[in-house]
Ligand binder design. Sequence first.
Ligand SMILES: N[C@H](CCC[C@H](N)C(=O)O)C(=O)O
Length: 276
Amino acid sequence: MPLRFTKMHGLGNDFVVLDGVRERIDLTPALAARLADRRFGIGCDQVLLVEPPQLPETDFHYRIFNADGSEVEQCGNGARCFARFVRDTGLTDKAEIPVGTAAGPLLLKVQPDGQVSVDMGVPKLAPAEIPFVAERQAPHYTLDVDDGAVAIAAVSMGNPHAVLQVANIDRAPVTELGPRIECHARFPNRTNVGFVQIQDRGRVRLRVWERGTGETLACGTGACAAAVAGHLWGELDPDVAVTLPGGTLVIHWQGLGKPVQMTGPATRVFDGEIDL
Ligand SMILES: N[C@H](CCC[C@H](N)C(=O)O)C(=O)O
């Protein structure tokens, strides 16, 4: 039985998007991992499933599955692609789209130039909300990794992020440290791991080892978490251009208790069918 899908990306962070509104789709972690497999399936970093709304104030619900099949709370690049998908497929003609996610409702705004702005909500910093094991909330934590220790910030954008500052992003130990921190015991639900080089108070470069997927060309929630971390360290202003290997996202954060705004592109590549 063929399954229709749309292939999309946000700055090279790529997605298989499924329409679970027009027909119900029973997406299991095993099926998500099969669709995401770059040799035996379609291939993507995450699978996004669009469904009818679950909350009265939203028009849709959307679910996010990593390449390993794990279902997660939030996806920044995915949110922008979701907005592009529901407009391109005629599920809505709105420019402002309220959508429910496992992390709560989001408001997406499609700009006239096609860029999408997302109110990503207020970052969570209390260790128990991330979740991260720590005595008390702090802008830096020391994490013992193998025979050394690294300094991290811990931030939740609905999904967990560890953020490390590096002097040179091109030499950041993403593949060496990323998986070790992803699965560190102090992150009970695992974590995404961002490596950030602060260029000045308005510009950073970022690489992200994503939970359940590995290094991606871009990570929207990772860009938000890096901007929040840099602000908490006293090194960034409210408006930050976050340049990842796949391109640049614009992040705005006024500080504690305020929501993070993210703006960036969403690209549709092709529609297809896969035989299951
Ligand atoms: N790997 C992430 C989900 C996808 C986030 C990323 N693709 C984004 O754009 O925010 C996690 O396990 O929380």
